[in-house]
Design a protein around this ligand. Structure first.
Ligand code: NDP
Length: 341
């Protein structure tokens, strides 16, 4: 019998509004023996990502909903501790979508499984700035936003995992960068540490006027992360020929009925001269996964790309940390540490 004991968090009912502890169950079981071709991952960090909340609803969108009575889905990073695979060896570090648990059995054929070469970087960055959110920010900005030197780029959720990469890459491209974030500390961080030209605190109560003052030449690229009031404040400032990559709209993710919640498409589509706008999914550029990860990791190593993390401790902290992230309590990438790296 295996010496490993797995603790996992299972979705037992569809949350209404914010997630509650009662929407989940914790299971404990001994890890079964491996079959040929399989290997066992000891999970080190869970990635908490906003998209996971709409996936808990019973709504078919671009991704199927999470199943009830199954481990909460999500990405993590871990180390292989047992292997009967020809391709993956004990000691390899991998990212996989094996969810909220301490151990996971996968096989060579498991989709969205990637070997990681940390080369001196902390493992957690492969869930953040050199991981899925980093690739989202980089690809969404450069491929959909197509920023040109001298243009004004605005990004919401600016201090977060995606937004912080968007703003820093836009600066590398010679743009004027204005962030939108919740609270003075996050705005100060965007300007003082990430090098944005300005950052507007949407919680200060004067969003439309403050954003107008921060964007005297209008907005050429708006990278949409939050929707709602923020989209409505951005819309009148968009220049002719502007582009709006729609990455997400977190302000609506806890909506009781997300299907009828206002989406950025309604806001931008209703303008007399709508900007070029489309939703994109990071997986559109999966073929470039390795080179984009490498580029982001190189920038982290050289110090050109900065990041921040909020780390909750232990699997039992996952639900509370997830609830907090959707309230903006995180500062930078939200992770849960499961075991020592
Ligand atoms: P963050 O690290 O930015 O964390 C979420 C942040 O959202 C919070 O810290 C908070 O920041 C902000 N927020 C929460 N509620 C609201 C609200 N009501 N109004 C305004 N802001 C709010 O998360 P990520 O960087 O991981 O994700 C950012 C966006 O990118 C999300 O919309 C997500 O769904 C999307 N995404 C899309 C992908 C794709 O392929 N299309 C892939 C990955 C992410 P603050 O305190 O500043 O308000």
């Amino acid at each position: 019998m295996s010496k490993y004991q797995n603790r996992s968090i299972v979705l037992v009912r569809r949350p209404v509004g914010e997630v509650r502890d009662e929407d989940f169950r914790t299971d404990n079981e001994v890890v079964r023996d491996l079959q040929p071709g399989e290997f066992l991952i000891e999970i080190l960090y869970l990635s908490l990502d906003p998209y996971m909340r709409p996936k808990m609803n019973d709504v078919e969108s671009y991704m199927p909903p999470m199943e009830l009575d199954a481990v909460v889905q999500g990405e993590n990073i871990g180390r292989i501790v047992e292997s009967r695979s020809e391709k993956f060896a004990v000691g390899d570090i991998v990212t996989s979508y094996t969810g909220w648990q301490q151990y996971a059995i996968v096989s060579d054929e498991t989709p969205m499984l990637h070997k990681v070469n940390p080369a001196g970087l902390p493992l957690s960055v492969f869930l953040g700035p050199a991981g899925m959110p980093g690739r989202t920010g980089y690809m969404g900005l450069t491929r959909v936003g197509d920023p040109k030197p001298g243009e004004t780029v605005v990004v919401s959720a600016a201090s977060g995992a995606v937004g912080s990469v968007v703003g820093q890459v836009a600066k590398m491209n010679g743009c004027r960068v204005v962030g939108i974030a919740g609270g003075e500390a996050k705005c100060r961080y965007a300007v003082d540490e990430l090098g944005f030209d300005a950052c507007v605190d949407y919680k200060a109560g004067n969003l439309a006027a403050d954003l107008g003052a921060a964007c005297p030449d209008g907005i050429d690229v708006y990278f949409e992360n939050v929707g709602g009031d923020v989209s409505r404040a951005v819309a009148p400032l968009l220049n002719a020929g502007s582009r709006v990559p729609i990455c997400g709209y977190i302000s609506q993710y806890n909506a009781k009925d997300i299907a009828s919640a206002e989406s950025p498409f309604e806001v931008f589509g209703a303008l007399p001269n709508p900007p070029e706008h489309r939703f994109f999914l990071v997986f559109e550029w999966d073929a470039e996964h390795a080179e984009t990860t490498q580029k982001l990791a190189d920038w982290l190593r050289s110090g050109e790309l900065k990041y921040r993390e909020t780390v909750a401790e232990g699997i039992d902290a996952a639900i509370g940390a997830f609830r907090g992230m959707l309230r903006g309590e995180n500062f930078g990438k939200q992770l849960v540490k499961i075991a020592d790296a």
